[in-house]
Design a protein around this ligand. Sequence first.
Ligand SMILES: Cc1ncc(COP(=O)(O)O)c(C=O)c1O
Length: 474
Amino acid sequence: MKNNTRISKKTNIHAPIVEALKTAYNNPTYQFHIPGHTKGLGTLTDFRNLVGKKALQVDTTDEFDNLGTLTPATGPIKEAQELAAEAFGAKRTFFLLNGSTIGNLTIAMGLTKKGQKVIVNRNCHRSVLTGLIISGADPLWVLPEKFSQWGLWGNVKAQDIEKLLDKNDDVSMVWITNPTYEGVVSDIKAIADICRKYDVPLIVDEAHGCLWNFNSKLPETSLKLGADIVVHSLHKTGGSMSQSSMLHISKDSKINADDVERALMLLHTTSPSLMLLGSLDAARANLQSEKGQRQLNRAISNAKYLRSEIDKMEHIHQLKSDFGYKTDVTKIFIKADGLSGKRLESILEIDFGIEVESASDEGILILSNIGNKRSDFKYLAQCLHKIDTHDYKDIYYMENKRHMPMLTPIIKKSLRNAYFSEKEIIPKEQAIGRLSGEVVAECPPGISILLPGELITEEHLPYLTDYETIEVLK
Ligand SMILES: Cc1ncc(COP(=O)(O)O)c(C=O)c1O
């Protein structure tokens, strides 16, 4: 039988933070320290009843109850990070609070300096840009393929990175998002080979790919393909609680882990939530367990089931792997003839009580998660079949806003200089021809429409329907 798993299934799963929290819960002390709700008594009763007494009893921060510290990592937290490094195939792993956002800020602050050039894909998350504003490094944009008929950014081409490296001998690093939000995968192996040839580190924002190391039917993880640092939003698809992520340094990387740790220490909260850290430990342990492996196999099989149902539909289409790029099977981007993505999203929500991950101009994104049941997907497929055979033209719906920025930027001033320049706020209609003073990037997907120092043109207006004013440079 073919072994589908990339990691061996573990039956004796050890989760040190979870175990330490359990011990603390079972051995309560008289508490005269933060958090001041003191095991949930000092808060609204309705809230306590909603989240449960136990949740508040284990809501504590590091240093207490023998739980260890996050910075520097000690005790169960240190052990949990080491187990995560082993599970993801990294030399060092850091647990992150405040999501992959803080991972990206840390990378920029720890590894780049003012005036250095960094090759970045234009559809990167806004946290990458915030990082570059903080450090003062200048982005050299690489534009991925445009999948125009899907209204999406596609894969980053290795030859485009090589061209930029060839023209600029002062690039300090290459920073790529992989996969895209919608699951399009770039050829990281080829990009890593080029980075090695030019001796620059490769950073991969793999926020949406944290499951890959746990099942061979998913794309190969960038850590294995030659990236130096990889960031994973475990809370997005890995099963940990919102805001909890991981940053991994690869086994072969020349990057000094201490530089990364020092920057992280400056950015991290000094009161880390043990509940969030415990949820990272639990997510890693779950993914390595028999149960987690079953859940992941089920997520893949649910996705394949939905995809096979969509293939039977006449007016609903799905993004699939194609020549030149691969996709993550668990991220299903679909579009329906005659319906915008936003309209399809609202039909699913209003008529069928279904909430999808996101909607863009052309289509919607559905995630097949480890927590979903097959019955969820049967219901979704049934509803899509109904939409496929129903004429929705009679529904009143007006949507003049565009959602997926795919414009080529006109850069007039460097990011950091523009961000720290004198600015004023003016009505958006008067902003055409002026330089943006702010990062305009709505979430999801958090991809920038305008950055400080970029020329505002007529083309931007359809993306700014929610804005009455915009900040521009004086
Ligand atoms: C590609 C990418 N990187 C980073 C982030 C930030 O992640 P987090 O929400 O975990 O801070 C996101 C969030 O959507 C993202 O899509």
